[in-house]
Design a protein around this ligand. Structure first.
Ligand code: SF4
Ligand code: MG
Length: 317
């Protein structure tokens, strides 16, 4: 399957002061195939939102390149840049903060159509009604304001807004984290339905593996700005290799312990290190139950343990 987006050796360093630097993302490489859902998972501060913003073109990489349909997105200008901004959309974590409280649902969903000159007048309104129905809302919701809706409905409005400009690729940055658990599955199912209807590709960012499992074709696990493991979703769940992935997986509650195979619980000791002052060698070594001498000395590089299953850990070299 063809790649639609390629992240190649991307690093992002933020200067916090003259002496302090934060390496938010370090030498990240992966590509996303057309029509797939690529899950990106890690604790807060691991750099996953930064990579989302880099892909949207909101940040410029310190080094490395990001190519969308074979074009470096940070070199785009004029019409090509405009086209990119239309085709790559974002769904935010907090549906309330991302919707202007003074705009009606009609104006919120229609805004992008106007910016990209896709429709106007009656046609535009008809398209908004269509989008609302597509995300499970009704056309008479169009005249209302965001505060009149529940969290799940607001996220549907955010999704309708992203869909309105006919995107190909959606960066969904923790789109369900702020929602009640009972609503999360509904929004995930909606995203899946829309993916099939509209031939969409997703980057789905999340802080734990529980929902990512159901929506993703492949999953990348991030820790302190690095990609520590990358594999097909079912492979990653069946055979997690990196000690950090194993810990993340073992912390997912299993609803009925008699029915499902309960993974052995791996408890992580210690806090996530300060990314301004990361440990030498392997970034995970301060919390890893398997840390060895070499782990403090050498930063492990990614290796392909079995075909298409990548891991950065000395246990596998
Ligand atoms: Fe643990 Fe060492 Fe592997 Fe890092 S390289 S995850 S410290 S075993
Ligand atoms: Mg974030």
């Amino acid at each position: 399957n063809q790649s639609i987006l390629t992240v190649n050796q991307v690093s992002k360093v933020f200067s916090l002061s003259r002496k302090k630097q934060l390496q938010a993302v370090k030498e990240l490489s992966f590509s996303i195939r057309k029509g797939e859902t690529f899950g990106l998972v890690g604790e807060s501060g691991c750099g996953k939102s930064t990579i989302g913003r880099l892909i949207l073109g909101l940040y410029t990489p310190t080094s490395g390149t990001i190519r969308y349909r074979d074009q470096d997105i940070h070199q785009l200008k004029g019409k090509k840049q405009q086209h990119f901004r239309q085709k790559v959309q974002m769904v935010f974590q907090d549906p309330y903060a991302s919707l202007n409280p003074r705009m009606t649902v009609m104006d919120i969903v229609a805004e992008g159509m106007e910016i990209h000159q896709l429709a106007s007048g009656k046609q535009k309104r008809e398209m908004v009604y269509q989008r609302l129905e597509q995300v499970g809302l009704q056309s008479d919701h169009a005249s209302r304001f965001p505060h009149e809706f529940s969290g799940g409905q607001r996220q549907r409005i955010g999704i309708a807004r992203a869909l309105a400009v006919e995107p190909e690729f959606i960066v969904a940055d923790e789109p369900i984290s702020a929602l009640d658990v009972s609503i999360q599955a509904q929004v995930v199912n909606l995203l899946r339905k829309l993916q099939q209807e509209q031939d969409l590709t997703y980057l789905f960012i999340a802080h734990d593996l529980s929902m990512v499992k159901y929506i993703s074709d492949r999953v990348g696990v991030m820790y302190l700005g690095r990609l520590v493991e990358l594999a097909a979703s079912d492979e990653l769940y069946r055979r997690p290799l990196h000690p950090y992935t194993q810990a993340l997986l073992s912390s997912i509650p299993v609803p009925d312990p008699r029915q499902a195979r309960q993974p052995k619980r791996v408890l992580l000791s210690g806090e996530v290190p300060n990314p301004i002052d990361p440990p030498s060698g392997c970034p995970f070594r301060t919390r890893c139950p398997h840390a060895m001498k070499i782990c403090a000395e050498v930063d492990p590089t990614e290796i392909e343990d079995t075909p298409n299953h990548w891991v950065a850990c000395h246990l596998y070299t």
